[in-house]
Design a protein around this ligand. Structure first.
Ligand SMILES: [Zn+2]
Ligand SMILES: [Zn+2]
Length: 393
């Protein structure tokens, strides 16, 4: 079976690269993936795979194995691009100026179509159902995954496992990475306005200085992480935007801050929100000012179910060789696949796309991001193999 899948993956590699390049040239922003969605539906039509549109631009397709089994495996790809202008001079560069597949979601979509191609041609060899989830809006709140789940993507039939992959420019092409347990952080956006009473910088006694209040708030809030968080739960609080907008001799009326809070525990996350708001408001009030503190909750933390992840990692080692499967570190970025992992047994693994010899080293979310397309020869077959082993095991 391994060899059969490898040869099928080799056969469709050209197609997968063409799909990826088409998607790369025609990127669409989160929740506007209309052409992308139509493209996916068109390819599914050609493959004879039935599908249901969901959450506006999302698509859920089903491949039924011909042998009797009620096992269900869901495979997820995200389809959206980012508001980034791609570096010029690429043969398959973005035609949609200002929009770019800089997070590799073109690769995920093309790869899942390739996997669908392989599994569809092996229908006689397995039982159970493969659910293909092509989702919108990974890069923007509230996250396409949450909308797909609300719309019923994990019902009828309900999968026993949800599997996703994501490109990783830190890992050399030919390798994949796994981590069981907690892997990526919950992410909340913080929007804070500290108000005082502006005036001449020479007469602070007549003003309420929001800059000094803000300085106290920034320092004090770090204690939410250093004094209240359980040291076993990684937590990060960073303010990347602080606007006072006075002058050397002008105390402004307000100071505006934006920050991010990330962690790995839902209970602590809620507690931390409360502590931050209370502390900031208390400090502002005690100094004669006031504070408006808005927490915009983002994605939850992503947890790879331990048993499932160990099982899938074993299949990957079997398919690619042990030397081509690496460990992943905990990472405090966010990913909306986390929503699937909160309601189902899930596994999110990383696909190596780096090739230093070819100069392919740029990080995701940069204008120079690219992949070694050889990754597509491996990713389509690997996901098909994992799915078949899971359904037939
Ligand atoms: Zn991204
Ligand atoms: Zn991404």
């Amino acid at each position: 079976m391994k060899d059969k899948i490898r040869s099928l993956a080799d056969q469709i590699h050209g197609k997968a690269v063409a799909w990826r390049r088409h998607l790369h040239q025609n990127p669409e922003l989160s929740f506007h993936e209309y052409e992308t969605s139509a493209f996916v539906k068109g390819e599914l039509d050609q493959l004879g795979i039935p599908y249901t549109p969901m959450a506006d631009t999302g698509v859920v397709a089903l491949i039924h194995g011909e042998q009797p089994s009620d096992k269900v495996v869901a495979l997820r790809a995200d389809m959206d691009a980012l508001p980034i202008t791609e570096v010029e001079g690429r043969a398959y560069g973005s035609k949609n100026v200002g929009v770019m597949h800089a997070c590799g979601h073109d690769v995920h979509t093309a790869s899942l179509l390739g996997t669908a191609h392989i599994l569809q041609s092996l229908k006689a060899d397995f039982g159970g159902t493969v659910k293909l989830i092509f989702q919108p809006g990974e890069e923007r709140l509230p996250g396409g995954a949450s909308l797909m789940i609300k719309a019923g993507a994990l019902q009828n039939p309900k999968p026993q496992a949800v599997i996703g992959q994501h490109v990783m420019p830190l890992i050399p092409v030919g390798k994949v990475g796994f981590r069981g347990g907690k892997y990526m952080a919950s992410t909340d956006e913080l929007y804070v306005t500290v108000s005082g009473q502006g005036g001449h910088g020479a007469q602070p006694q007549q003003n309420i200085d929001p800059v000094v209040i803000t300085a106290h708030i920034i320092i004090a809030l770090q204690q939410v992480v250093s004094r209240f968080a359980d040291p076993k739960i990684p937590s990060v609080l960073s303010f990347g935007k602080v606007i006072a907008n006075g002058a050397t001799n002008v105390i402004p009326d307000t100071v505006y801050l934006e920050g991010t809070f990330r962690t790995f525990d839902e209970e602590w996350r809620k507690e931390a929100h409360g502590r931050m708001v209370k502390m900031a408001m208390g400090i502002a009030e005690s100094m004669g000012g006031s504070c408006d503190f808005e927490v915009r909750s983002g994605y939850p933390f992503l947890v790879n179910e331990e048993k499932l992840t160990a099982e899938i990692r074993g299949y990957a080692e079997d398919f690619l060789g042990k030397e081509n499967v690496v460990d992943l570190d905990l990472w405090l970025a966010a990913e909306d696949f986390a929503y699937y992992s909160q309601v189902a047994d899930a596994c999110f693994y990383r696909l190596g796309t780096r090739n230093e010899a070819k100069g392919i080293t740029s990080a995701v979310h940069t204008p120079t991001f690219d992949i070694d397309e050889h990754a597509l020869a491996l990713s389509t077959g690997l996901m098909a193999y994992i799915t078949l082993r899971r359904l037939t095991g």
